[in-house]
Each structure stands twice: as C-alpha cells, then as structure tokens.
Design a protein around this ligand. Structure first.
Ligand code: UDP
Length: 264
C-alpha cells in the first residue's frame, strides 16, 4: 500500500506550519515538533483561547491506518495540536530529517495537565474505558493531585442514543479539559464529531491511560521506557496486541520507501 499525500493534506500540513509552528509530515500526517513542556504551553494557550480544540498524541499504528483512510488523515491534519507519542513516530520523523526532540506521550500529558489543572483552577472530565475504571482512576488522581476538580466521569461503552444526554452533561459541567480514552482512532473520530457541540477547549485522546492510572494495566518499567522498549513491554503484557503491532514493520517499510524514493 502506498499513500501519496493529496494536495488537500499538503495544504493543511503546510498551512499549519506557516501559521503556527514547525511540524513534520510523516506519510501525509502532521506531527508538531514540540517537547512535552512546549505541548503543555500550547495546551494552556488553547485553553486561554477558549475555542474547542482537538489534541492528538500520534503513534505509528494510527499513521499506518491513515494510509488507507483519507478521512482519518483529514481528522489528524485538522487537529489543533499533535504530539509524537510512540517511538515509531520519533524514529520515523528523525529518519525523514525532522527535528523531533522527544516522545510526548498521552499518559505523560495526562499527568502534567492534572498538575497544571490544580494550579490554573481548571476542571477536567474523564471519558472512556470499561465501566468503573474511570472512577478508580479519578480516586487515584484526586489522591495524587489534591484540589484537582474532576467535574464528571463517563465510561466508554455508550451508544449513539446516549450521546445527546452525554453532550448535554459535559456542556453543563463546562470542563476545560476532556480526556477521551476510547482507544485510537475511535477517540480521534469521536472528538472530531462532537468537539464543537461539547464546547470544551482541550479535548485530548489518551488511549488506555485510564486503565494505567486506575492500576489495571502497568506501564513499562522506567528502564524499558528509557531504552525505547515500551512497545515490547506492552506486547509481552498483552499478547493480544500482537496482531495490531504487526503493522509496525510495515510502517518502517513505508518510511524507508518514502525516504529513499527516487534515489535508487
Ligand atoms: N474503549 C472504550 N470504548 C470502546 C473501545 C475501547 O472505552 O468502545 C477503551 C478500552 O476499555 C481501553 C481503551 O479504550 O481502556 C483503549 O486502550 P488501548 O490500550 O487499546 O488504547 P491505545 O492506547 O493503544 O490507543
């Protein structure tokens, strides 16, 4: 499968670069060249601005899926802030000559934003994961960040019919940050569809973060994260992810093809 960046994708990617900040183009998907601290500053600016915004923490699996879906590419490229989450994205960006300085993961942003929320007096809403998980995660967060205002919680197994009531609840509670843990790319599609109705300034997809915060799943030990082996830990801890991770060598192949295209 080979994806050629369309004129529309290209316009969005370049347009963002000119108007806002430096970014990389990885197989037609934009990634902003931000460190974790710069991403936090960007999200603060987004919250100050007050208009609904979509924040994505991008990994190689989503980019690979986006090769077969123009809709997903458009959702990614129209997001307001995109961080390089997985090591695959960091590797690919650097291979293609972009200055990606570090990984900026969903879970790290989650913790940092909770810390900021206590200082800035922001309210947060937790959406996603199996029934009961977000409640346990909320208790953990409340214990770690005294004063954190968790204004609402909803599990991630809802139907279209539940949506009007959920949108109404979130609108009424007026959080500054909505953490959406539905897994990628479902959460990206959901945020794109509902962010204007919700009116929440920072809507961020955080994958399986609530499971980790609640303690139902473990993050890789520090040394594995340091040596960029978090993907291996997740694979060993959840062998069912094997099929999903089969796309990684294919992603590597596409990046190498894109880099050396025309040179052979
Ligand atoms: N999930 C959900 N609703 C759904 C499908 C998934 O809330 O319809 C949750 C699931 O319970 C899990 C998370 O989304 O908590 C996905 O976790 P995973 O680690 O697979 O996400 P990734 O970080 O790989 O995107």
């Amino acid at each position: 499968m080979e994806y050629i960046c369309t004129a529309e994708d290209s316009k969005r990617i370049k347009g963002f670069c000119m108007e806002k900040r430096e970014n990389a183009d990885i197989l037609g998907c934009r990634v902003d060249l931000l460190t974790a601290e710069e991403a936090i500053s960007g999200i603060k600016a987004i919250i100050d601005r007050g208009k609904p915004a979509h924040i994505i923490t991008l990994n190689a699996e989503i980019v690979y899926q986006a090769q077969a879906s123009q809709n997903l590419r458009e959702i990614i490229n129209s997001a307001d802030l995109i961080t390089p989450d997985g090591i695959g994205i960091v590797w690919a960006g650097r291979k293609l000559g972009f200055n990606i300085r570090e990984r900026v993961t969903g879970i790290d942003l989650f913790y940092r934003l909770c810390q900021e929320a206590t200082v800035e007096d922001w309210k947060i809403y937790l959406l996603g994961s199996a029934p009961g998980v977000a409640e346990v995660a909320a208790n953990q967060l409340a214990a770690t960040y005294p004063g954190l205002q968790i204004c609402g919680i909803h599990h991630g197994y809802f139907s279209e019919e539940d949506m009007p009531a959920m949108v109404q609840e979130i609108r009424t509670l007026v959080p500054q940050i909505l953490f959406v843990a539905l897994g990628a790319p479902k959460q990206e599609m959901w945020i794109k569809k509902y962010k204007e109705q919700l009116g929440v300034p920072a809507c961020i997809g955080v994958g399986g973060s609530l499971d980790v915060i609640a303690g139902y799943k473990q993050r890789a030990p520090g040394w594995m994260i340091k040596f960029n082996l978090e993907w291996l830990y997740r694979l060993l801890a959840e062998p069912s992810r094997f099929k999903r991770q089969l796309v990684l060598p294919k992603f590597v192949g596409l990046i190498l093809k894109s880099k050396y295209k025309g040179r052979i």
